[in-house]
Ligand binder design. Structure first.
Ligand SMILES: Cc1cc2nc3c(=O)[nH]c(=O)nc-3n(C[C@H](O)[C@H](O)[C@H](O)COP(=O)(O)OP(=O)(O)OC[C@H]3O[C@@H](n4cnc5c(N)ncnc54)[C@H](O)[C@@H]3O)c2cc1C
Length: 414
């Protein structure tokens, strides 16, 4: 492969793996640099809305993802205090017909396995696990990237660097005008339980969303319904989130909630907590032959379940922009930034605003609930058409997989 066709990708999370795969299919060689020794995602689920589902389908992964996902029939919104149903947003066959792919929920480890299996089946993707990008230098022919490895520093050369190294992105921090990551002042508690351990209030065929003052609870099936993912969001400041905390801490925050919610929260043995952090999408993403994508560029509040979806959209669009100008990565990355910023910013703002809507208490919550009941699930769902209806650009160039195909391949442990 010619040197000017080699692209380094920092980070093998959802964004980095999708980028590696899309770039390889667009005819580039990829050096995929991941700081961890193994590719893994902390145990939790992820919702794949149709806008992301279409990216996966374009990359030939629809069947593999479908085999490992659940396809909830609806999103059911309830009051956390009274337990009363507020609205049901239908994800049934009409929804799948409209968007071309269904709404899916999947365990992150399964999604990562599908992406990694397909990326590593590509002859032109070279995964370098245990490579933490620590510095880079731009020169006339591209970049030299310094990585810390267990065996000491290693250098990787490439024509361009795509930084998909997450919300704490080192590459972003090395860009002179890179945005800072800032805490949202909320904590996400996450757990996965088996279907047998799930209390009756966790319907097996839907996403459950319980709204209450200062927090909310979400659960949905993963692994074809054999397991459930649970997320509880509380208004904890980031310092508290760094402390170890157990079930007692969680229950204190929900003690006034409905007993169905309490039964759901009591089901997991282990809860893990994440401070929710955000990265302002207004700061620059591209600088010469270096570009940020996914959480590195614009980590967002998770309340519309769109952070991973935006990373997948970004990855696909980026590969197409580079395919249009393979010899001019700086121009391609600038075009990527121009193309993506308006959409990502709109989603980012909508996700942020959703926190206020979800976490109302007292009379405003009663008004919200009445409004949602009046509108009904169908109308509420229509408000998200602009998110779910996004269509990936037609591939400039997309070749067939070079390796063993796009089936499920277990993540290569290196
Ligand atoms: C509670 C919660 C629920 C969510 N639910 C959803 C959902 O349902 N749907 C959805 O679409 N999104 C959801 N999200 C958002 C989603 O998880 C993220 O947006 C997504 O994981 C971002 O992917 P990424 O690849 O950009 O970053 P990451 O997943 O953070 O991956 C970054 C990778 O880079 C590696 N790395 C870091 N630094 C370096 C370095 N210096 N060198 C090399 N490698 C490095 C890391 O090890 C990691 O593998 C949720 C988020 C939270 C917190």
């Amino acid at each position: 492969m010619e040197r000017n066709r080699i692209i380094a990708v920092a980070g093998a999370g959802i964004g980095g793996l999708t980028a590696a795969l899309a770039l390889a299919r667009a005819g580039f060689g990829v050096r995929l640099l991941e700081r961890s020794e193994t590719l893994s995602e902390a145990g939790a689920g992820i919702q794949i809305s149709p806008n992301a589902g279409r990216v996966l389908a374009l990359l030939g992964l629809d069947d593999a993802v479908a085999r490992l996902s659940a396809e909830p029939a609806a999103l059911e919104v309830r009051s956390g205090r009274s337990g009363r149903r507020i609205a049901t947003l239908p994800f049934g066959p009409a929804f799948a017909r409209r968007y071309g792919v269904p709404y899916r929920t999947i365990h992150r480890a399964d999604l990562l396995d599908v992406l990694a299996g397909a990326a590593m089946a590509e002859a032109d993707v070279d995964l370098k696990a245990g490579h933490a990008v620590s510095e880079f230098a731009i020169h006339a022919r591209g970049l030299t990237i310094a990585c810390e490895t267990r065996a000491g520093m290693r250098e990787v050369t490439a024509a361009a660097l795509v930084a998909a190294d997450g919300a704490g992105s080192l590459v972003r921090r090395m860009m002179p005008d890179g945005a800072a990551r800032h805490p949202m002042g909320r904590t996400a508690w996450r757990a996965v339980i088996s279907a047998e351990a799930a209390p009756p209030a966790m319907a097996h065929d839907r996403v459950g969303l319980w709204l209450g003052s200062g927090g909310h609870v979400v659960h949905y099936p993963v692994r074809g319904g054999r397991e459930f993912n649970l997320v509880a969001v509380t208004p904890d400041p980031p310092a508290a989130a760094a402390q170890p905390a157990g079930f007692g801490d969680l229950m204190k925050r929900f003690r006034r909630w409905n007993r169905d919610v309490l039964a759901i929260l009591a089901a997991p043995i282990d809860w893990r907590r994440w401070p929710i952090t955000m990265v302002d999408p207004a700061a620059p993403w591209a600088r010469g032959p270096v570009v940020l994508l996914g959480d590195a560029a614009h980590a967002m509040a998770p309340f519309l379940a769109q952070g991973g979806a935006m990373a997948m959209e970004d990855a696909y669009v980026l590969a197409q922009k580079l395919a249009l100008q393979p010899d001019a990565p700086a121009a391609a990355f600038a075009a990527f930034e121009r193309d993506r910023r308006p959409r990502v910013t709109r989603v980012w703002n909508a996700a942020h605003g959703t926190a206020d809507l979800y976490h109302m208490g007292g009379p405003p919550a009663a008004l919200r609930n009445a409004g949602m009941r009046l509108a009904g699930g169908g109308l509420l769902l229509r408000r998200y058409r602009w998110i779910f209806g996004w269509t990936p650009p037609a591939p400039v160039m997309q070749r067939a997989p070079t390796g063993s195909g796009t089936g499920i391949a277990r993540t290569k442990r290196v």
